[in-house]
Ligand binder design. Structure first.
Ligand SMILES: Cc1ncc(C[n+]2csc(CCOP(=O)(O)OP(=O)(O)O)c2C)c(N)n1
Length: 289
């Protein structure tokens, strides 16, 4: 196991504070894509606080790792994380999605330091990430590129075109992670456009496939460590997650793709997040080493 008990707890605490910030920011903004933010925040926490070579103070270092959150509607998750990293003033989060703010629903990489791409039109992140990965190879740079895709996003043909090219060019320095929350904007993925057998499809496109629990930091970090060592085939990590993870009335419900938070929902949400975190801490106590 890659993570020590202390590292696991540090990540769990960080994700907990980010989940609360996501709920806060969604409330302030008058609404947001909170379901898909809560499904990826553990993965993003593991990336930026443990796995990526990324120093926010040196965000312009050409050798630092790259990360593209291709499901750009999860901008609140990225904005909250970047504010925690010191790349966005925390006070600015209150302006998210307000007229005149530089924090658009879909974040603009020209305005946010350290943000590697503007995303929001689904299906483009994997091709951009492949370009960055190939650029690293051509210029003999050691950075890795990560791309985080939504599962509903994989309905886009362009995801599979870039998957084909990633395997063809043996771009093992590109690590693809799919947020498999089984939900999209207006239904369950399997009802809207069935993806299964999803892992087999990635394997058929030439990937080494790891299926994990995307809310278990041990599995997230182990899978990323594994992917970093890829030599022959690129790795895709299919992270099984829960849309709206941690909040009772949202969890697993596509209707919380986008929503607004009134006082009652805020109070219940905060209590749920506290309870969720306590359960995680109990698990760390029991199984951490
Ligand atoms: C090209 C394109 N088509 C449609 C949309 C509208 N849209 C926004 S989010 C979304 C659903 C995406 O589902 P998924 O990737 O599973 O997101 P998650 O459930 O993880 O939030 C859609 C269709 C878009 N942003 N871009």
């Amino acid at each position: 196991m890659t993570l020590t008990k202390q590292e696991w707890k540090t990540l769990e605490d960080k994700a907990h504070s980010l989940r609360k910030l996501i709920l806060d920011t969604t409330r302030c903004a008058g609404g947001g894509h909170i379901g898909g933010c809560l499904s990826i925040i553990d993965i993003m926490t593991a990336l930026y606080y443990k796995e990526m070579h990324f120093d926010p103070k040196k965000y312009d270092d050409p050798d630092r790792d790259r990360c593209i959150v291709s499901k750009g509607h999860a901008g609140i998750a990225t904005a909250c994380l970047f504010s925690d990293l010191g790349l966005i003033d925390p006070a600015e989060l209150k302006s998210y999605n307000k007229t005149g703010s530089r924090l658009n629903v879909h974040l603009d990489s020209k305005k946010i330091p350290g943000l590697d791409a503007s995303t929001g039109s689904l299906g483009h992140g994997s091709a951009m990430a492949l370009g960055m990965a190939l650029a690293a190879k051509m210029s003999n740079r050691s950075y890795k590129t990560y791309v985080l895709l939504g599962d509903g996003e994989c309905d886009e043909g362009s995801v599979w075109e870039s998957a084909m090219a990633t395997a063809h060019f043996k771009a093992t320095n590109l690590i693809t992670i799919v947020d498999r929350n089984y939900n999209m904007i207006d239904g369950k993925t399997e009802d809207v456009m069935s993806l299964e057998p999803f892992a087999d499809k990635w394997a058929a496109f030439g990937f080494d496939v790891k299926v994990i629990d995307g809310h278990d930091f041990r599995q997230i970090c182990d899978a990323i460590e594994y992917a970093k060592l890829a030599q022959d085939k690129p790795v895709v990590i299919i992270a099984n997650t829960v849309k709206g993870n941690g909040i009772s009335y949202m969890a697993g419900n596509y209707k919380w793709h986008h929503g607004s938070i009134d006082e009652e929902k805020y109070t219940i949400g905060m209590n749920d997040l506290e309870k969720y975190h306590q359960e995680k801490l109990a698990l760390i106590e029991k199984e951490g080493k």
